[in-house]
Design a protein around this ligand. Structure first.
Ligand code: SAM
Length: 238
């Protein structure tokens, strides 16, 4: 099954399919070529019914900045949703949403179609958010200029979780936040090393050279638990 993303934006050119567009390279590009994912960017401006195709206007009550208007976005969402029979999950990228975590990424990777709404300026008129009733997702406690980069980050994280997107079938299972400890707790990844065996006087842990796969797996799990305890003890809290 192909996962379909629709991005509603006033900057659709940011989602161009060719390199050097961020999603036109590496794993997302390969997943797209393999038919695991498709994405379509729609310009909200194309749905504006006013004279100058405006998508934003001054805030009631005064103050700086512009607010994205209800009508163009509402009509864009309705038209895009009607263009394909697969049901959509609406997602608004906003600093006021729930901080993005791996469990949500994994859940979204199982849905057939995701509609991502990227805001700009001061954000959206509150009434259209109420009507659309989207899942509100934040990348973290900082403010970006627009939702497009946030949408791309979310897309990249979801695409990695699609079966077959990575070369090695279970390699994303060992990533930080996906890897599980014995009690099912989510862990950070272990340290990794590659050639040469010695670099600037530094060797690599002997166990990794032992060829003993059981020992290596036990060492890696221990490293993951230690790292998680030291760096992200909150992940181990029940
Ligand atoms: N005035 C808004 C506020 O303080 O909540 C910020 C608006 S921001 C300048 C413009 C757009 O960028 C937002 O509508 C949202 O789509 C996106 N954005 C900014 N920070 C984000 C974050 N941390 N996570 C997700 N999207 C973000």
């Amino acid at each position: 099954m192909t996962l379909r993303f629709d991005i509603l934006t006033t900057f659709p050119e940011m989602f161009g399919l060719e390199a050097p567009a961020a999603l036109g390279l590496s794993i997302p590009a390969r997943a797209r070529a393999a038919g695991l994912v498709e994405w379509h960017a729609t310009n909200i401006r194309d749905f504006a019914e006013n004279k100058h195709s405006k998508t934003d206007d001054r805030p009631f009550g005064g103050g700086p900045g512009m607010v994205m208007m209800c009508q163009p976005l509402w009509d864009a969402v309705r038209a895009v949703e009607a263009s394909d029979p697969r049901p959509t999950t609406r997602i608004l990228l906003t600093p006021q949403g729930a901080p993005l975590k791996q469990p949500l990424v994994e859940e979204l990777a199982t849905r057939p179609r995701l509609l991502l709404i990227a805001g700009h300026y001061e954000g959206l008129d509150e009434r259209v958010i109420e009507k659309l009733d989207p899942i509100e997702v934040s990348l973290g406690d900082y403010v970006l200029s627009g939702g497009e980069l946030a949408a791309m980050v979310l897309m990249d994280a979801i695409i990695r979780k699609l079966p077959g997107a990575l070369g090695h079938e279970d390699s994303s299972e060992e990533d930080s936040f996906s890897a599980r400890g014995p009690g099912g707790e989510r862990l950070l990844d272990c340290p990794h090393y590659t050639k040469p065996r010695e670099w600037m006087g530094m060797g690599v842990p002997e166990v990794l050279l032992s060829g003993d796969h059981g020992k290596i797996a036990r060492w890696r799990l221990e490293q993951m638990r230690e790292r998680t305890r030291a760096r992200r003890p909150d992940l181990l809290e029940p």
